[in-house]
Design a protein around this ligand. Structure first.
Ligand code: NAI
Length: 324
């Protein structure tokens, strides 16, 4: 077996944490030969609940768990951490404006950025899950001085997985048969599920354009809201699952016949302003992702891309004071 790696989860006492931590502990994210030391971070008021989670992890007697650090102190929480899943964030309360949400979370992710910069492994891989995840990641990465910016990403894998399911259902195949689709843009209702290169069972597959624009895209964009309506709680198990998928793919790579979606610092590809944390189709090899270039963008998709770009530029402008 390999030496253990340290995996930090913020918001560890929350509902995504509760579905995520046990699966990481069982080896689903990093594989059965990779022991882990869990770093569970939450706010002071949540320490009693977090202690309950710790007791449950202990009671699972996981062979791969070599230690647990449970803390509200980020300097301790991020010490030598190799992977961080940043789930904790301030939720949008009733009547709260998006601008206030951005500001409150801006403070959280500025703090976290400072601690990661100071204490974490120089090779840390980070995925931001807490919303608004793209802009939270932008704020976080801005605090980082000597870790590569590419190591800071945000999660659109849930949107990718949701799209895969809708398409598999439509075409009557299994989700794993659907390849070469991607989410472009913001993790928000402006996200762009792109399917013009889709294959099903390794053959080019098409679906009618009216279904794409009137059913498929709105369904994927609104799926989070649908789940809240049904469960009276936001998606947690599927969000935790996607966060694990994000890291697993980042470590193990994509297959030659496929790509995935990650929100990453834009290099200007597809006309996206440099530096925005933007979801792109990426292929991954040896722990490094690269943007899939040259996908044809129809006028229909360009119109959608322009909207999600504008939304992310507006978000960036709203937190400009945190990016100095
Ligand atoms: P939750 O409210 O059950 O748990 C959040 C936890 O984070 C709480 O225990 C809270 O105390 C903690 N927390 C808040 N601020 C913190 C900080 N500064 N440091 C450490 N911990 C902190 O929420 P849930 O359902 O687990 O969702 C968490 C986040 O994930 C939300 O922001 C939600 O919008 C987001 N989300 C993102 C998705 C995506 O696709 N990117 C999908 C689903 C949820």
């Amino acid at each position: 077996k390999k030496p253990p790696v340290r995996v930090a989860i913020t918001g560890a006492a929350g509902q995504i944490g509760y579905s995520l931590i046990f699966r990481i502990a069982s080896g689903e994210m990093l594989g059965p030969n990779q022991p882990v030391i869990l770093h569970l971070i939450d706010l002071p008021f949540a320490m009693a609940a977090l202690n309950g989670v710790v007791m449950e992890i202990q009671d699972c007697a996981f062979p791969l768990v070599k230690g647990i650090v449970a803390t509200d102190n980020q300097a301790v929480g991020f010490k030598n951490v190799d992977y961080a899943l940043l789930v904790g964030a301030k939720p949008r309360g009733p009547g709260m404006e998006r601008g206030d949400l951005l500001k409150d979370n801006g403070k959280i992710f500025t703090e976290t950025g400072k601690h990661i910069n100071e204490h974490a492994s120089r090779d840390i891989k980070v995925v931001v899950v807490g919303n608004p995840c793209n802009t939270n990641c932008l704020i976080l990465a801005n605090q980082i001085k000597d870790i590569p910016k590419e190591n800071f990403t945000a999660m659109t894998r849930l949107d990718h997985n949701r799209a895969q399911h809708q398409l598999a259902d439509k075409l009557g195949v299994h989700t794993t048969d659907i390849r070469k689709i991607a989410i472009f843009g913001n993790h928000s209702p402006t996200m762009v599920p792109y399917i013009d290169q889709m294959t099903a069972k390794n053959h080019k597959a098409t679906v009618d354009q009216q279904w794409v624009s009137q059913t498929f895209i709105p369904t994927v964009q609104q799926r989070g809201a649908e789940i809240i309506k049904a469960r009276k709680l936001s998606s947690a198990a599927s969000a935790g699952n996607a966060a694990m998928n994000h890291i697993t793919t980042w470590v193990n790579g994509t297959s030659e016949s496929d790509f995935t979606s990650m929100a990453i610092p834009s290099d200007g590809s597809y006309g996206v302003p440099k530096g925005l944390i933007f979801s792109f189709p990426v292929s991954v090899k040896n722990g490094k992702y690269s943007i899939v270039q040259g996908l044809p963008i129809s006028p229909f998709y360009q119109g959608l891309l322009d909207k999600t770009i504008k939304e992310l530029v507006d978000e960036r402008n709203a937190v400009d004071h945190l990016l100095k």
